[in-house]
Design a protein around this ligand. Structure first.
Ligand code: ADP
Ligand code: MG
Length: 483
């Protein structure tokens, strides 16, 4: 258990997250307007989204299918009957004066996911519910000195709100939870998970307690839009609450915002209660009733999800949980790895993908989908190592050239004469030369300084332009020097 030390002893952190994920769908939840990101303000607004009098919402079947698909991916209960409610509040970017959401009867009920921690351990976090709701528009305060502008393009876009149980116990776990949710949604194709564009954001509920006590009062930090910020907001909030209580104060149940520039949270308003919203079933919408057969048909189309894949990678390929977790986080990477590992030593394949390939992709800010080195080519390079055509060391140079040129390793090795020298005669000649040139080093070696062997290896490598098989060189040197 992660405990935080305070003046009065240890504290336990309790966290529950509400993740808002924009549903991948061409049109909005109750209108046919486009959801494309980045359009000119107010160009994707139907009469329904602008809340013109007399307009009626019509549910988008695709959005419901995506919510059900997500529920299944979160191992959750799918409710065959759910209800859309009006959540009433006033805001300039909410022309209806209410948000259509789901309150007591959401489309998805209890579920659970596994989260992966840095030390290779895993934990289960409960999902309380997933409901569908409309997004609001956007108020823009920084374009006119005196006026607030409103962009309604986002108004009515379908969101899934995924609420976790208060099962999360540290900032690290909260980060791992959001990463896993994002990974699952991307595998499912139900949300692009792009936090920079606001497709996924989280409300972070934080409280502290002495171990064994009841839950403390929570503060809710609204709309945090990166995993790093989520962690920073929690770290700050935990410190603030502990100091407050230890100084004799009490945590207010309130809504706070996170200021990324100062890495601190600040009070926004006192927390509203459900009754403040005057929830009631939207009279314009019938209850949403689903057929079990329709849900089953969706279940049939689910891909293998990250946790299943991770367990399979551990069982079938003998990878560590940490490596398997890294490789399955993105579907494209998992597929790339499997193509490289096919018929080869999987651990070697994993090391190349996570080592040289990830390194080069990061360095050049390239996505795996557009990697200049294909899985087939990386596989060929690994074959060259195992059949002795190139040494491990040379293979790294070959890889660099592959990454620059997209050429096959065969072409590179042949054209540039990078084949490993395994020919015993050639190696022996270079070894003899090194020994002849190093009388002083020979004396040192014979005097018990075995480290000087490295000097001889270096000489031989220089003479063979790094192409001599290192193992053969070592064996030959020892034979000559010890004999
Ligand atoms: P609201 O809409 O009022 O924020 P929800 O039920 O939608 O309420 O969400 C409450 C969130 O707060 C859940 O993620 C839940 O796990 C979390 N939570 C509840 N109690 C606590 C607590 N004492 N400490 C931290 N998180 C909590
Ligand atoms: Mg909330």
């Amino acid at each position: 258990m992660t405990l935080i030390q305070g003046r009065t002893g240890d504290w336990e952190v309790v966290i529950g997250l509400e993740v808002h994920a924009q549903v991948t769908s061409k049109s909005k939840l109750f209108s046919g307007a486009s959801t494309e990101f980045g359009a000119e303000p107010n160009t994707q607004v139907s009469l329904v989204d602008a809340a013109m009098p007399g307009m009626l919402p019509v549910i988008n079947e695709k959005a419901v299918e995506q919510a059900v698909r997500t529920g299944l991916g979160l191992n959750a209960q799918i409710n065959l009957k759910s209800i859309f409610d009006r959540k009433n509040y006033f805001y300039p970017d909410l022309p209806q004066g209410y948000q259509i959401s789901q309150y007591l009867d959401p489309v998805v009920g209890k579920g659970e996911i596994e989260i992966d921690l840095e030390d290779g351990s895993t934990r289960t976090v409960g999902i309380t519910r997933l409901h569908l709701e409309q997004d609001a528009g956007k108020s823009i305060h920084d374009q006119d000195p005196r006026k607030t502008l409103v962009d309604l393009n986002r108004s009515g876009v379908a969101l899934m709100e995924i609420v976790s149980e208060p099962d999360i116990r540290s900032a690290e776990e909260a980060g791992a939870y959001v990463e896993k949710i994002r990974s699952i949604l991307r595998y499912l194709g139900t949300c692009d998970g792009n936090m920079q564009e606001g497709s996924m954001r989280a409300d972070v509920n934080v409280s502290v307690r002495k171990p064994g006590d009841d839950f403390g009062t929570r503060a809710e930090i609204k709309n945090v839009n990166s995993i790093r910020f989520i962690r920073q907001a929690i770290d700050y909030e935990v410190r603030r609450q502990i100091e407050l209580i230890e100084d004799g104060g009490e945590v207010d149940q309130e809504t706070r915002l996170f200021d990324p520039d100062r890495a601190e949270t600040r009070s926004m308003r006192s927390k509203e209660e459900a009754h403040d919203y005057r929830y009631f079933p939207d009279p314009d919408l019938l209850p949403l009733e689903l057929e079990q057969s329709w849900v089953d048909a969706i279940r049939e189309t689910l891909p293998e999800l990250p946790d299943q894949k991770k367990h399979r990678f551990v069982d079938d390929y003998g990878l560590s949980v940490i490596d398997a977790g890294t490789l399955v986080a993105e579907r494209k990477i998992a597929e790339f790895f499997e193509a490289v590992a096919e018929g080869r030593d999987a651990k070697v394949a994993a090391n190349w993908v996570m080592g040289e390939l990830f390194g080069a992709l990061n360095r050049t800010d390239t996505d795996i989908a557009t990697s200049p080195v294909s899985a087939a080519q990386l596989g060929q390079l690994i074959d060259f190592i195992s059949d002795g055509t190139v040494s491990n060391r040379l293979a790294k140079n070959v890889f660099e050239i592959m990454f620059e040129t997209s050429d096959d390793p065969k072409k590179i090795v042949e054209q540039r004469g990078m084949k490993q020298v395994t020919d015993a005669g050639a190696i022996e000649a270079a070894v003899d030369e090194a020994i002849a040139a190093g009388a002083a080093q020979v004396d040192q070696y014979k005097g018990g300084n075995v480290k000087v062997l490295g000097w001889f290896v270096g000489q031989v490598m220089k003479a063979t332009q790094g192409k001599a098989n290192p193992q053969a060189v070592n064996e030959m040197l020892r034979k000559k020097l010890d004999g």
